[in-house]
Design a binder for this molecule. Structure first.
Ligand SMILES: Cc1cc2nc3c(=O)[nH]c(=O)nc-3n(C[C@H](O)[C@H](O)[C@H](O)COP(=O)(O)OP(=O)(O)OC[C@H]3O[C@@H](n4cnc5c(N)ncnc54)[C@H](O)[C@@H]3O)c2cc1C
Ligand SMILES: NC(=O)c1ccc[n+]([C@@H]2O[C@H](COP(=O)([O-])OP(=O)(O)OC[C@H]3O[C@@H](n4cnc5c(N)ncnc54)[C@H](O)[C@@H]3O)[C@@H](O)[C@H]2O)c1
Ligand code: SF4
Ligand code: FES
Length: 810
């Protein structure tokens, strides 16, 4: 059977080429016997997502687009780790460096680009890399484990995404840029300046208008020297100064080359039977460096090879979105106004929003958005269509209402052709999304993402995907809107605002008034409502014990054999011989099978019977360590200036003060703090929910860290001078988290979701901080030690009495 098929060979196993093959297989599954060569030793993966991998937003194994099974199931002969080194276009054969020789009828060149490496003296030193593939990403991850200082040359999209990833990996990062302002290929100066300021707040340093001259160091890079004689130290140097189409192979084979491989509207080169697409191709003088146009090329090439009618590729208007969490930047079309056009601008310094629309002959030809990019996808669609916007300029500049877009029957989305691409990053068309909703039964953006990959990369298309969901699922989309659980369609924010607005005071009342489908609620909504009500009405609300999990009901962690563990509070991890003796005696008296130090510098008495808990707490006469609840757990400290010769501040004193301040605090999820006495950070403060690191003359405050399943390093919140300020900021941060996070949402997830910048903004004003501090104090003043309460109240003690065995045979 295969012998009747024409032979199709593709050089390059990247995003553009494999996308074209996928489409060809849909149009003409049996037309070709396909062979693919890929120089990288991986199946086709989402190169875009390397930035997210570096920044901790995705795992390497999540970015594979077509796994090896996909190639096998489509009978594709795949040669990965093979570079095609020679082509004979007369004999129609290609040869790989691995000794494979294959004949073809049709040949696709999809060799992508090579990163442009500045030819500086010293560029061959160890530690000088590009950011292009999985290997580069791994090198950066490894380097960050043993080195501190990273320098990125190039303040474009790639350089900034690399820099953000390196910051996430804990490196100090300087971005060297040749221009006066960053991302000048996508932004005007106003938006660029706002972006730089935001990134500086995230910890990035910028060296602008710098001409790199030489890379210094012995074997490994040590520093980068500039033409003005200044230098910057570097253990790692990443070059991100643009790309150049990979044309070497085509050039050797007599194929017409300009900047890229020259192709016509059908992606044909000057040699019959040889096509090119992707970053290696140059169409009407343009070699594109973003996936959306490459996918458009792929759709045309697939049709051409399948013998299906196509009008050809006419070029693309492009849009970009920087993939850096906490920063929203969007640019599309002609963002600098050409002669004869006009620019409309809107700037809100308080909220950090900037918008610019470029209009020519009453048509939108370009846009730059900073701070609020929610209209980006819609504006881009208007630019591509060349829509007349006369009379609507103000409405567009101040924001297209999502409702207006989705509610009108004659809306823009409805008018779009089925093959128009909605998600540029993943090449998902309107038709594919419509099918996922109408035939696939998708009723939420999450389901559409899982089914089609739309909105899975930069997220820029999400508003359009939401619009399509409204258009095709209508009420169904509304009725399955993701609520906090199956009992309600309301999300966390809606519930909290309704509780406040209607002054609802009990779990039952919330469920009744907000029309819960299950009147008893479930294990997910009951504890969350219990938390929200307690947070909103600290002085009136009576905690609903039944809504709490076993551990929180018994104030101890249940173990796998049904016994409990007891962890008394040991402030800052500091104890005394007397206290240790007491704990040891009690452990012996109650036959505690194991005594263990916890990771949070306390003692865990494991294997305690439930009925022994109150007696043991009584004898210990120590506060509960709250090792079981969604509360403040530990405040880990290092020895700091008290004993350590490096310590600059009293880490122990600071830690104990924080622990005494916030002990017993309930929160959406458990909260851990740490205080280190100097930047050596022995207390690991940068993987805590709130981490304090002493520096000369002050303290760095870090937020949103986690050392658990999804390890996340903290973001720097601010630097303060005094211990009082540390307490003020910690209070404000913890209360802001309590008031805004979803129940069971750790600070690491919450900070990532809302963006560190929004947290900074909420806390930057002292009056707001003091108001938050006052609210947290109100809550803290009402807390009591649960162990003491149980010890002193015979009624509560009864809950711990052993249940008498039921006598069945009397
Ligand atoms: C970190 C990063 C983030 C990005 N983010 C975005 C983004 O957010 N949005 C966006 O639109 N674009 C983004 N891009 C750009 C996007 O990834 C590229 O435009 C796209 O991958 C290009 O696809 P391609 O198939 O043309 O080339 P590639 O994906 O580079 O594939 C070409 C493949 O061909 C192989 N090859 C080359 N020569 C040979 C040979 N002789 N023999 C065998 N194999 C060969 C190469 O090894 C490579 O694997 C990003 C790029 C990077 C590096
Ligand atoms: N979010 C996204 O869409 C995204 C993310 C990453 C990469 N990409 C794509 O990947 C490709 C590569 O990205 P890129 O940022 O390297 O390319 P780029 O061409 O967009 O930007 C390179 C930047 O480096 C600067 N530069 C050039 N020479 C320099 C020098 N000697 N010293 C300092 N700065 C110098 C330029 O002024 C420019 O701003 C592009 O096609 C880009 O569109 C896109
Ligand atoms: S963090 Fe600093 S002060 Fe604390 S133990 Fe380590 S070196 Fe000493
Ligand atoms: S456009 Fe980037 S995820 Fe859809």
């Amino acid at each position: 059977m295969a012998t009747n098929r024409k032979k199709l060979v593709m050089v390059g196993n990247g995003m553009a080429g494999v996308w074209a093959i996928e489409h060809l297989l849909k149009l003409a599954p049996d037309a070709y016997e396909i062979t693919i060569f890929g120089a990288e030793p991986h199946p086709n993966y989402n190169r875009i997502m390397l930035s997210s991998v570096l920044a901790g937003g995705a795992d390497m194994d999540e970015i594979i687009i077509n796994d090896l099974e996909w190639y096998r199931s489509h009978n594709i002969n795949l040669h990965i780790g093979h570079t095609v080194t020679r082509m004979d276009t007369k004999a129609r054969k290609v040869y790989s460096d691995g000794g494979v020789e294959v004949g073809y009828d049709e040949l696709i060149l999809a060799t992508g680009s090579n990163p442009f490496m500045l030819p500086l003296p010293g560029a061959d030193k160890e530690g000088v890399i590009a950011f292009r593939d999985i290997n580069d990403c791994r090198i950066m991850q490894e380097t960050a484990k043993s080195y501190k200082k990273a320098v990125v040359i190039g303040g474009g999209l790639l350089g900034l995404e690399a820099a953000r990833g390196l910051l996430h990996l804990g490196m100090e990062v300087s971005v060297v840029h040749i221009n006066e302002y960053i991302m000048e290929r996508q932004l005007d100066e106003a938006a660029s300046t706002m972006l730089r300021k935001e990134l500086e707040q995230q910890g990035m340093k910028f060296l602008l208008a710098k001409q790199s001259e030489a890379i210094l160091g012995k074997k490994r890079v040590k520093s980068l020297l500039f033409a003005d004689g200044s230098m910057v130290e570097a253990d790692l140097l990443v070059m991100a100064v643009g790309i150049k189409p990979n044309v070497g192979l085509a050039q050797k084979s007599g194929i017409e080359i300009n900047r890229g491989i020259v192709v016509n509207d059908y992606l044909e080169t000057n040699i019959p039977g040889v096509y090119a697409l992707g970053e290696c191709a140059e169409h009407r003088g343009i070699a594109y460096g973003l996936v959306a146009p490459l996918y458009e090329q792929g759709a045309v090439l697939a049709k051409r090879l399948a013998g299906a009618p196509t009008e050809g590729y006419a070029g693309s208007v492009t849009s970009t979105k920087l993939k850096v969490s906490g920063v929203n930047v969007f640019s599309a079309g002609q963002f600098i106004e050409p002669e004869g056009s006009r620019a409309l601008r809107y700037q809100d310094e308080i909220d950090g929003v900037y918008k610019k629309l470029v209009v020519h002959d009453d048509k939108l030809i370009g846009a730059v958005l900073f701070g609020d990019t929610s209209d980006g996808a819609q504006l881009f669609s208007m630019i591509k269509k060349g829509e007349d916007i006369k009379g609507r300029e103000k409405e567009l500049l101040l924001g297209i209402s999502a409702d207006a877009l989705s509610s009108s029957p004659q809306n823009r989305l409805e008018g779009m052709a089925d093959d128009e691409i909605i998600c540029g990053c993943n090449g998902v068309s309107k038709g594919a999304i419509a099918e996922a909703i109408q035939s696939g039964g998708c009723t939420s953006v999450g389901q559409i993402k899982a089914c089609t990959k739309a909105s899975a990369s930069c997220g820029g298309c999400k508003p359009l995907v939401e619009g399509l969901l409204q258009l095709y699922a209508g009420d169904a989309a509304v009725s399955v809107k993701e609520g906090i659980c199956g009992c309600t369609t309301l999300n966390r924010d809606e519930i909290v605002s309704e509780i406040k607005r209607m002054e609802l005071k009990t779990v039952k009342e919330v469920m009744n008034v907000l029309e819960w489908t299950n009147e008893e609620g479930c294990a997910k909504c009951r504890p969350s409502l219990n938390y929200y009500l307690g947070m909103l009405w600290p002085e009136e609300y009576v905690d609903e014990k039944e809504s709490r999990f076993t551990n929180e009901r018994y104030h101890a962690n249940i173990q796998k054999d049904g016994t409990y563990s007891v962890v008394p509070r040991i402030y800052g991890g500091v104890t005394s011989p007397t206290e240790l003796k007491k704990i040891a005696e009690i452990a012996e008296k109650f036959d505690v099978p194991m005594v263990k130090f916890t990771g949070g510098q306390r003692l865990d008495l494991l294997g305690v019977k439930k009925e022994d808990l109150p007696k043991m707490w009584e004898e210990l006469d120590m506060p509960s360590g709250h090792a079981y609840g969604k509360t403040l757990r530990t405040v880990k400290t290092c020895v700091g200036s008290t004993f350590c010769r490096f310590g600059t501040q009293d880490a122990i004193g600071m830690g104990i003060r924080l622990e005494k301040e916030f002990e017993r605090l309930t929160a959406p999820a458990k909260v851990k703090l740490a205080v280190s006495g100097c930047p050596r950070n022995c207390a690991e403060a940068t993987i805590k929910d709130f981490g304090v690191v002493a520096i000369d003359g002050g303290w760095e405050l870090h937020i949103g860290g986690n050392g658990g399943v999804h390890v996340r390093a903290t973001d720097l919140l601010c630097v303060v001078k005094t211990e009082d300020e540390v307490v003020e900021w910690a209070s404000a941060f913890l209360q802001y988290y309590r008031e805004n996070a979803g129940w069971n949402e750790r600070t690491s997830i919450w900070v990532e979701r809302v963006g560190v910048e929004s947290v900074k903004k909420a806390l930057e004003n002292r009056e707001d901080r003091l108001a938050l501090q006052e609210r947290i104090q109100t809550t803290l003043n009402l807390t009591t030690d649960p162990w003491k309460q149980i010890v002193n109240e015979p009624e509560l003690r009864k809950n711990f009495e052993p249940i008498a065995p039921i006598e069945i045979y009397k």
